[in-house]
Write a protein that binds this ligand. Structure first.
Ligand code: 18C
Length: 258
């Protein structure tokens, strides 16, 4: 049923056509649906989440979780950014052509395969954090729009980056393979919507993009808990600030991507 909604919403966007099925279609569908179901639940008053950092509209929360001495702290952040749409934010997060312009935690990013117009597979090498071994990741990255019931609203957008394996990315010791399940979900609010006959005439200043970002990372081997938590605390807020500023700067003079 949701595939139909996605199909309809994709057909009205010129650069995204409905995509044929491929070997990861079922897994992607399941993981995307899980994110859409759980990530948007407003559970910040439930004692589940501990505030890790706050700056203006941005709030970064974490939940302490360790298994067999490995830190798996789930992370959830919310942000609200003016002047951009969810489509724009997700597009820049997903697009390999601009990744290195905003990603500050990578030594390299290599696209291994395009499974379809909306799903790519990457192998990324992360900056080494002393004193731990260097980490890499291999993941599929999927982008899609999610139709709203009210046709006066802009679609929501989501990108999921989810670890996988790939023949072209064997683990090369001493590198350690980290595992990630990351989602960026964006919802666009239009201020004074009734003043504008059609969406294409809405000015940027009337756009507000509500961002939810969740990340579950398994460092994939020993890493000192205190160093790791210090890296989280520093890097996630830095990423959210830097990336959203990047999207605002890039889109400022461009026509709005609805
Ligand atoms: O979501 C982000 N970026 C996406 C596109 O690149 C993609 C990335 C997922 C991140 C997976 C993290 C894998 C861990 C690798 C080690 C990290 C080293 C950090 C170096 C810092 C200088 O979805 C934006 C992500 C931005 C924040 C990432 C910080 C993650 C820190 C996790 C640390 C876990 C490994 C610890 C290694 C040793 C520490 C002592």
């Amino acid at each position: 049923e949701r595939r139909v909604a996605a199909f309809e919403s994709l057909t009205k966007i010129p650069e995204l056509k409905p995509v044929p099925r491929h070997r990861l279609s079922d897994e992607i569908e399941k993981i995307v649906q899980e994110h859409l179901k759980f990530d948007l639940v407003d559970d910040f008053n439930s004692n589940i989440w501990e505030l890790l950092a706050a700056d203006g509209e941005m709030k970064v929360y974490r939940r302490e979780l360790e298994e067999n001495g490995i830190v798996l702290d789930p992370l959830k952040a919310v942000h609200s950014v003016k002047g951009v749409t969810g489509h724009e934010v997700c597009k820049y997060f997903w697009d390999p052509a601009v990744r290195m312009e905003w990603e500050g935690t990578l030594d390299s990013s290599r696209m291994l395969e395009a499974l379809s117009d909306d799903t790519l597979i990457f192998n990324q090498v992360h900056k080494r954090v002393w004193p731990a071994a260097q980490r890499d990741t291999c993941f599929w990255s999927h982008i899609r729009s999610v139709s709203k019931e009210n046709k006066n609203d802009l679609d929501d957008w989501i990108v999921v980056n989810y670890s996988t394996t790939h023949d072209s990315a064997p683990i090369k010791e001493p590198m350690i393979r980290a595992w990630a399940n990351v989602a960026l979900i964006c919802s666009t609010i239009i201020l004074n919507r009734d003043k504008y006959a059609d969406l294409s005439s809405v000015p940027r200043e009337n756009l507000v993009c509500k961002i939810t970002y969740v990340a579950q990372v398994n460092p994939g081997g020993w890493a000192p808990a205190n160093v790791l938590r210090a890296v989280y605390k520093r890097e996630y807020p830095k990423f959210l600030k830097r990336f959203t500023q990047y999207v605002m700067d890039k889109t400022k003079k461009l026509p709005i991507l609805l």
